[in-house]
Design a protein around this ligand. Structure first.
Ligand SMILES: [Ca+2]
Ligand SMILES: [Ca+2]
Length: 93
């Protein structure tokens, strides 16, 4: 029981701390220009895609669609605000 609770707390802190957090965003922003381009976004999604063992074709499709969805002002870069807004939206649903 205690272990389960600990795991839950850890899970919660991971989702709030590692996502929608400036430090984490900076880590993803490899060239430090304040936004994520397609390559940086692809590096970000690679982790869970590897876990799901997605095909190359599906990865490309997911990355393209996902990037478009998050980049709401369509400037080709995901800003921290867009990144944060996307994470918050996901949490509410
Ligand atoms: Ca960048
Ligand atoms: Ca943008």
């Amino acid at each position: 029981m205690k272990i389960k609770l600990m795991a839950l707390i850890a899970l919660c802190s991971v989702s709030t701390l590692s996502f929608a957090n400036q430090t984490y965003f900076n880590k993803l922003d490899g060239d430090k220009n304040g936004g994520l381009n397609m390559a940086e976004y692809t590096a970000f999604t690679k982790g869970w895609m590897d876990k799901k063992d997605l095909s190359e074709e599906k990865r490309k499709k997911f990355n393209k669609n996902g990037f478009k969805k998050i980049d709401t002002d369509k400037d080709g870069l995901i800003s921290f605000e867009e990144f944060k807004a996307h994470k918050n939206k996901k949490k509410k649903k």
